[in-house]
Design a protein around this ligand. Sequence first.
Ligand SMILES: O=C(O)CCC(=O)C(=O)O
Length: 248
Amino acid sequence: MKLSNFHINSYNDNGFLVIKKFFSKKDIETISSELNKILSADNKNIYLYYTRSKINKKLILNRIENFYENNKKIKKVLDKKLKSIIYQIIKSKVNIFKDKANIKSPGAVGFEPHQDLTIWNNMYKIKEFITVAVTIDKSNKKNGCLEISPKSHIMGELAKFEKAIPLNKVRKLKWKKLISLPGDIVIFNDKTAHRSDSNLSNKSRRMLFLTYNEIKYGSKIRKYFKDKIKNYPPNNLRKKNIKYNWKI
Ligand SMILES: O=C(O)CCC(=O)C(=O)O
């Protein structure tokens, strides 16, 4: 897909860009069925995170991480198309930095308003990250669609390190609910404030979040996941008597 100047200016002005129907139905079906296969396979390199449902306190699947480098079919669908679209926006080639599928099973809690910058600030000396969110299941107000704050990317750091944006600032920001259909994408950067509500519907709301860095910073994905499972391992790799803290 070739982006117009209108798209690129819109990304630069607002801090995000929505592209409807970016991935075909077939692409999304491939990703969806591969995510399901991951759940029934036992690949120790792909990490499954579970939390408690806010509706009935049952253990529910929350996130799948590190599938990008461990599932050839998903990688093939995503790789070229996303790298090409990012290239058109930031005029630089990129490497994948991290990947996750937020499953948002029924009852999953939402995400507090935050900028990714406050968590990854200068991580591995990388100065800027760009993320693409890919809708797998339709998202709406009931299942906690992504919400973005237009123009927040030019407001500097809105929160302290590893913290959510404080309420007095959240109230002053504009918020836009991004209701989406399978195949839609939204591109934003590490300064763009975003959040989402809990999923109070009876179906999952799966959305991929693929984060990239410019190639001049190298390829850090392996290092990222090595450090990640040390600091915040998936449920099946946790040690007893240690409290692990999820940072936004
Ligand atoms: O999945 C969502 O609803 C939001 C995800 C998010 O904000 C994040 O992972 O940083």
